[in-house]
Design a protein around this ligand. Structure first.
Ligand code: ZN
Length: 229
Protein backbone atom coordinates (compact mmCIF):
# COMPACT_ATOMS: atom_id res chain seq x y z
CA UNK A 1 0.00 0.00 0.00
CA UNK A 2 1.43 3.35 -1.06
CA UNK A 3 -0.32 6.52 0.01
CA UNK A 4 0.43 10.10 -1.00
CA UNK A 5 -0.59 12.83 1.39
CA UNK A 6 -1.01 16.31 -0.03
CA UNK A 7 -1.89 19.64 1.49
CA UNK A 8 -0.76 23.25 1.58
CA UNK A 9 1.45 24.67 4.28
CA UNK A 10 -0.69 25.01 7.40
CA UNK A 11 -3.07 22.21 6.34
CA UNK A 12 -1.74 19.92 9.09
CA UNK A 13 -0.17 17.52 6.58
CA UNK A 14 3.01 17.02 8.63
CA UNK A 15 1.03 16.34 11.81
CA UNK A 16 -1.22 13.85 10.01
CA UNK A 17 1.73 12.09 8.37
CA UNK A 18 3.41 11.65 11.76
CA UNK A 19 0.20 10.11 13.22
CA UNK A 20 -0.83 7.99 10.23
CA UNK A 21 2.53 6.37 9.61
CA UNK A 22 2.57 4.35 12.86
CA UNK A 23 -1.24 3.88 12.84
CA UNK A 24 -1.26 2.21 9.39
CA UNK A 25 2.28 0.75 9.61
CA UNK A 26 3.29 2.91 6.69
CA UNK A 27 6.81 4.24 6.47
CA UNK A 28 6.85 7.99 6.00
CA UNK A 29 8.81 9.04 2.95
CA UNK A 30 9.62 12.75 3.04
CA UNK A 31 12.31 13.92 0.64
CA UNK A 32 14.00 16.20 3.19
CA UNK A 33 14.46 13.32 5.68
CA UNK A 34 15.48 11.01 2.86
CA UNK A 35 18.18 13.42 1.65
CA UNK A 36 19.56 13.79 5.18
CA UNK A 37 19.63 9.99 5.66
CA UNK A 38 21.34 9.46 2.31
CA UNK A 39 24.02 12.07 3.11
CA UNK A 40 24.56 10.54 6.57
CA UNK A 41 25.07 7.11 4.96
CA UNK A 42 27.93 8.58 2.85
CA UNK A 43 26.77 6.52 -0.18
CA UNK A 44 27.86 7.71 -3.63
CA UNK A 45 24.37 9.24 -4.07
CA UNK A 46 24.77 10.90 -0.68
CA UNK A 47 28.09 12.46 -1.67
CA UNK A 48 26.59 13.77 -4.93
CA UNK A 49 23.57 15.09 -3.07
CA UNK A 50 25.66 16.90 -0.46
CA UNK A 51 27.65 18.68 -3.18
CA UNK A 52 24.42 19.89 -4.84
CA UNK A 53 22.86 21.10 -1.60
CA UNK A 54 26.12 22.75 -0.46
CA UNK A 55 26.08 24.76 -3.69
CA UNK A 56 22.50 25.80 -2.86
CA UNK A 57 21.15 24.13 -6.02
CA UNK A 58 17.85 22.29 -6.39
CA UNK A 59 18.14 18.51 -6.38
CA UNK A 60 17.43 17.33 -9.95
CA UNK A 61 14.47 15.00 -10.50
CA UNK A 62 16.53 12.03 -11.68
CA UNK A 63 18.59 12.05 -8.49
CA UNK A 64 15.51 12.42 -6.28
CA UNK A 65 13.88 9.56 -8.20
CA UNK A 66 16.91 7.26 -7.72
CA UNK A 67 16.82 7.88 -4.00
CA UNK A 68 13.06 7.29 -3.82
CA UNK A 69 13.45 4.07 -5.83
CA UNK A 70 16.11 2.72 -3.47
CA UNK A 71 14.04 3.65 -0.46
CA UNK A 72 10.93 1.84 -1.76
CA UNK A 73 12.95 -1.20 -2.89
CA UNK A 74 14.48 -1.49 0.60
CA UNK A 75 11.05 -1.20 2.18
CA UNK A 76 9.63 -3.97 -0.03
CA UNK A 77 12.59 -6.21 0.83
CA UNK A 78 12.10 -5.60 4.53
CA UNK A 79 8.39 -6.37 4.22
CA UNK A 80 9.23 -9.62 2.40
CA UNK A 81 11.63 -10.46 5.25
CA UNK A 82 8.73 -10.19 7.69
CA UNK A 83 9.16 -6.61 8.96
CA UNK A 84 5.92 -5.13 10.26
CA UNK A 85 5.55 -2.48 7.55
CA UNK A 86 2.70 -2.40 5.02
CA UNK A 87 3.98 0.27 2.64
CA UNK A 88 4.86 3.92 2.31
CA UNK A 89 3.32 7.27 3.11
CA UNK A 90 4.65 10.02 0.85
CA UNK A 91 4.84 13.48 2.38
CA UNK A 92 6.17 16.27 0.14
CA UNK A 93 6.85 13.97 -2.81
CA UNK A 94 5.91 13.95 -5.65
CA UNK A 95 5.85 17.73 -6.13
CA UNK A 96 5.42 17.86 -9.92
CA UNK A 97 3.55 15.73 -12.44
CA UNK A 98 6.93 14.64 -13.87
CA UNK A 99 7.84 13.26 -10.43
CA UNK A 100 4.40 11.63 -10.18
CA UNK A 101 4.97 9.84 -13.49
CA UNK A 102 8.43 8.76 -12.33
CA UNK A 103 6.93 7.39 -9.11
CA UNK A 104 4.37 5.38 -11.09
CA UNK A 105 7.19 3.92 -13.20
CA UNK A 106 9.30 3.07 -10.15
CA UNK A 107 6.39 1.37 -8.40
CA UNK A 108 5.33 -0.52 -11.55
CA UNK A 109 8.88 -1.86 -11.97
CA UNK A 110 8.71 -3.10 -8.40
CA UNK A 111 5.29 -4.67 -9.03
CA UNK A 112 3.38 -2.13 -6.95
CA UNK A 113 1.22 0.98 -7.49
CA UNK A 114 0.01 4.11 -5.74
CA UNK A 115 -3.00 3.03 -3.68
CA UNK A 116 -4.49 6.35 -2.72
CA UNK A 117 -3.86 10.10 -2.85
CA UNK A 118 -5.40 12.19 -0.10
CA UNK A 119 -5.50 15.97 -0.19
CA UNK A 120 -6.13 17.72 3.10
CA UNK A 121 -8.36 20.58 2.02
CA UNK A 122 -8.45 23.72 4.16
CA UNK A 123 -10.08 27.01 3.10
CA UNK A 124 -7.58 29.69 2.16
CA UNK A 125 -8.65 32.16 4.89
CA UNK A 126 -8.24 29.46 7.57
CA UNK A 127 -4.75 28.61 6.29
CA UNK A 128 -3.78 32.29 6.36
CA UNK A 129 -5.16 32.63 9.89
CA UNK A 130 -3.22 29.56 11.07
CA UNK A 131 0.05 30.58 9.40
CA UNK A 132 -0.07 34.27 10.23
CA UNK A 133 -0.19 33.44 13.95
CA UNK A 134 3.39 32.15 13.80
CA UNK A 135 5.86 34.06 16.00
CA UNK A 136 9.58 33.42 16.21
CA UNK A 137 12.29 34.35 18.75
CA UNK A 138 15.01 36.40 17.01
CA UNK A 139 17.64 35.07 19.48
CA UNK A 140 17.08 31.29 19.74
CA UNK A 141 14.56 30.55 16.96
CA UNK A 142 11.88 29.19 19.34
CA UNK A 143 8.48 29.09 17.57
CA UNK A 144 5.25 30.31 19.17
CA UNK A 145 1.70 30.88 17.94
CA UNK A 146 -0.21 34.07 18.72
CA UNK A 147 -3.40 32.13 19.56
CA UNK A 148 -2.60 28.48 20.25
CA UNK A 149 0.78 28.74 22.05
CA UNK A 150 1.73 32.35 22.82
CA UNK A 151 4.79 33.15 24.97
CA UNK A 152 3.93 33.78 28.67
CA UNK A 153 4.86 37.44 28.30
CA UNK A 154 3.77 39.06 25.03
CA UNK A 155 6.77 39.54 22.70
CA UNK A 156 9.28 37.86 25.05
CA UNK A 157 10.75 34.37 24.52
CA UNK A 158 10.01 31.86 27.30
CA UNK A 159 13.25 30.06 26.62
CA UNK A 160 15.83 32.87 26.38
CA UNK A 161 13.97 36.16 27.00
CA UNK A 162 14.81 37.23 23.43
CA UNK A 163 12.44 39.29 21.32
CA UNK A 164 9.55 37.35 19.73
CA UNK A 165 8.46 38.73 16.36
CA UNK A 166 6.36 37.96 13.30
CA UNK A 167 8.70 37.39 10.34
CA UNK A 168 7.89 39.17 7.06
CA UNK A 169 7.44 35.69 5.55
CA UNK A 170 4.59 35.02 7.97
CA UNK A 171 2.64 38.20 7.19
CA UNK A 172 -0.70 37.57 5.43
CA UNK A 173 0.38 38.95 2.02
CA UNK A 174 3.53 36.76 1.92
CA UNK A 175 1.50 33.73 3.02
CA UNK A 176 -1.10 34.36 0.32
CA UNK A 177 1.72 34.43 -2.27
CA UNK A 178 3.18 31.13 -0.97
CA UNK A 179 -0.24 29.48 -1.04
CA UNK A 180 -0.88 30.70 -4.59
CA UNK A 181 2.44 29.15 -5.62
CA UNK A 182 1.40 25.87 -3.97
CA UNK A 183 -1.87 25.88 -5.98
CA UNK A 184 -0.01 26.59 -9.18
CA UNK A 185 2.52 23.78 -8.60
CA UNK A 186 0.13 21.13 -7.35
CA UNK A 187 -2.84 21.71 -9.67
CA UNK A 188 -1.34 19.54 -12.48
CA UNK A 189 -0.44 16.88 -9.89
CA UNK A 190 -3.97 16.79 -8.48
CA UNK A 191 -5.34 16.54 -12.04
CA UNK A 192 -2.95 13.68 -12.75
CA UNK A 193 -4.19 11.59 -9.82
CA UNK A 194 -7.80 12.65 -10.29
CA UNK A 195 -7.66 11.33 -13.87
CA UNK A 196 -6.51 7.97 -12.41
CA UNK A 197 -9.46 8.03 -10.00
CA UNK A 198 -7.10 7.95 -7.02
CA UNK A 199 -7.61 11.41 -5.53
CA UNK A 200 -9.84 12.07 -2.52
CA UNK A 201 -10.19 15.41 -0.74
CA UNK A 202 -10.65 15.38 3.00
CA UNK A 203 -12.03 18.38 4.91
CA UNK A 204 -9.03 19.61 6.92
CA UNK A 205 -10.87 22.38 8.77
CA UNK A 206 -11.67 20.10 11.72
CA UNK A 207 -9.89 18.65 14.76
CA UNK A 208 -6.71 16.62 14.20
CA UNK A 209 -8.55 13.45 15.33
CA UNK A 210 -11.51 14.00 12.99
CA UNK A 211 -9.22 14.63 10.01
CA UNK A 212 -7.19 11.55 10.92
CA UNK A 213 -10.25 9.24 11.01
CA UNK A 214 -11.44 10.55 7.65
CA UNK A 215 -8.04 9.91 6.06
CA UNK A 216 -7.89 6.38 7.51
CA UNK A 217 -11.43 5.69 6.21
CA UNK A 218 -10.46 6.87 2.72
CA UNK A 219 -7.31 4.75 2.66
CA UNK A 220 -9.16 1.66 3.90
CA UNK A 221 -11.91 2.17 1.35
CA UNK A 222 -9.30 2.33 -1.43
CA UNK A 223 -7.45 -0.70 -0.13
CA UNK A 224 -10.32 -3.06 0.60
CA UNK A 225 -13.17 -1.52 -1.40
CA UNK A 226 -15.08 -1.41 1.89
CA UNK A 227 -16.18 1.67 3.78
CA UNK A 228 -15.78 2.09 7.54
CA UNK A 229 -18.05 -0.20 9.58
ZN1 ZN B 1 14.43 32.66 22.48
Amino acid sequence: MHVILMGAQGSGKGTQAALLGPELKLERIATGDMFRAEIASASSLGVELKAILDRGDLVPDDLTNSIVRRRIATLIERRADGDDVTGSLFDGFPRTDAQAQALDTILAELGEAVTSVVEIDVPRDVLIQRLSGRRVCVECGAVFHAESSPPSVNGVCDRCSGEVIQRDDDKPEAIARRLALYDQQTAPLLDYYDAQGKLTKVDGDRSIEAVQSSIIAVIQLRTTGQGPA
